[in-house]
Ligand binder design. Sequence first.
Ligand code: ADP
Length: 524
Amino acid sequence: MKRMLRLGVSLRTRLTLWYGALLAVTLLAFSGLVYFTLQQSLASSLDERLTLRAEQLRREVGPSIGNLLQPEDVAPGVQLQSTLSEFVGTGVYVQLLNQKAAVIATPPNLVGEQLPVPTSSQEAIQEDRPIFDTVPVQNNARVRLLTQPLHLEGTDEVVGAVQVAESLSPLENTMSAVSRLLLAADAGALLLAVVVGWLLTRAALSPVFRITDTARHIAATGDYRQRIHVSPPRFGHGDELFFLAATFNDMIARLEHMLESQRRLLADTSHELRNPITIIRGNLALLRRQNIPDSTRAEAIVEAEEEAARMGRLVADLLLLARADTGEVASFQRERVDLGELATEVVEQARPRAAAHNLSVACDSRCVVLGDRDRLKQLVTNLVENAIRYTPAGGRVDVRVQGITALQQRGTTVRSRNARDSGSSIAMANLTVSDSGIGISSADLPHLFERFYRADKARSRAHGGTGLGLSIAQYIVHVHGGSIEASSDGTNRGSTFTVRLPLAPRADPARPIAPPPAPVAISR
Ligand code: ADP
């Protein structure tokens, strides 16, 4: 339920609410602090005023009060009452008490009324110390009252007290006006901040809205060419939303590329299958006829068989690449394979078909790699078959296996040393298949490993090629943790294919062979 509620409220609303709530708490705390500080300062200045006035009054009436209050029941004289008149003002009252806290002179500005005498006033007289108190008067009003003891002149004997009071109404009125003002200012600031915050959040989240809209549009239309427009950051490297939008664009681009690849693969596959099917059907139709010469009949059968075999190879290659796409390597063995022996075996098997070529194989060092023998043989076969296929009769095809050091692997020109003198510094097995054939143009080189890519379609088909040989070679190399690259000096200047595979660790019968490496996604 909580989760549903959360999901129901938009991120923008949530952010604004959080921000508003935080601001409200801050403003209220700040206003409370201002209110409290002001109240304290006004109250203490009121107390200071009362103290000052009480002190002046005491100085004024002090010398004569002793006589007036002796004996205790002496009534206040007219003179005393007139002295008090000098100390009153609007909202300011003074009153005199005798030793027993009885009123002996009432405030002249309170006609017939007197100030209340709270117990704190009696305490002030008894304990001989000034005491402040807040006491209620008529009409729900309150006064701040100071009781200051009076001494007999020249002695410590308390003979009574002056009471000085000031109405709290001005202070209370000021404070309620301040509180109203603060609340109004708080509400105004909060409203403004929430409105501005709401607008700013919209601006800040606009990339998120754009991402959502684009994602929705792509989902609805299936148009993967759509992108979110992200303007490059003016400062620094961009914020999180910029990276989110850029990542989203990147993801869509990859999806588009994948879909495009799939579409192309499907089109290429159907095209590749249609050709042999057409030929086989044509030949079958020819074979149905009664009056055809035996030689034509035999040719038609051979051609149909060749096309059927090509279809079989194509389907097998496609299946292998489909497994490559899903990252499946479980079917790959992990055994010790001598790459030199394997290359020699492949060359010897190809020799009968390459009678018109000058075929050579050389192994400079013993290079044992860990991998699937059949797949590695398929890799070398694909490269050797290609070299023969794309080299005219009389041309040269050289296969060479050697160990290379990490230094050479990084591209130094140091010539290869054999295993005996390079010792344990050899890091990789290097297999090169070079030919003196038709070569590869620089325009074709970057695309060679793409599925169904052929520099010369007619020649490839004529030789039974499926257009998948190099894609498969690349897949096998990657699964074995190696690399493959093609180079050529240009058309008719021969080509060289170089495969690098990590050498197997030294043989240790007790040690089980490590599991295959993580699957590698092969790009088309
Ligand atoms: P195919 O079955 O067509 O040979 P591959 O994937 O093995 O398919 O090769 C892809 C393309 O690369 C070939 O069609 C050819 O144009 C080019 N190619 C491959 N090997 C060589 C080579 N040794 N010399 C020249 N071109 C080559």
